[in-house]
Write a protein that binds this ligand. Sequence first.
Ligand SMILES: [Zn+2]
Length: 84
Amino acid sequence: MCDNRRRTYCCVFVCLNNSSIPELSLFRLPIEQDRRLQWLHLIDREYLKNKSQPYHVVCEAHFHPEDIMKNSVRKLLKKIVCRV
Ligand SMILES: [Zn+2]
C-alpha cells in the first residue's frame, strides 16, 4: 500500500526509525550551537551544522532511557546529550 504522508526520519546513519512509529519520540537537533555541534559530531553528520532545517531529528533509540522524561503528552530529554 502506498503511503504518501511525509515522514521525518532519524538522521543517524543506518537508523530507519521515523515519525510513522507512534510510540517513538524524535528529538530535534539543539538550536544552541555548541550542543548542536556535539550531537552532529556524535552522529557523524557535521555537514549539517550550517543547515537550519528544523526537521533534522534524532530518535529516542540513541539516548539513555534515564535521560528521557515522560509526561502524559510526550517524552522530554533531561540532558541534551545523545550517546549514539
Ligand atoms: Zn534513530
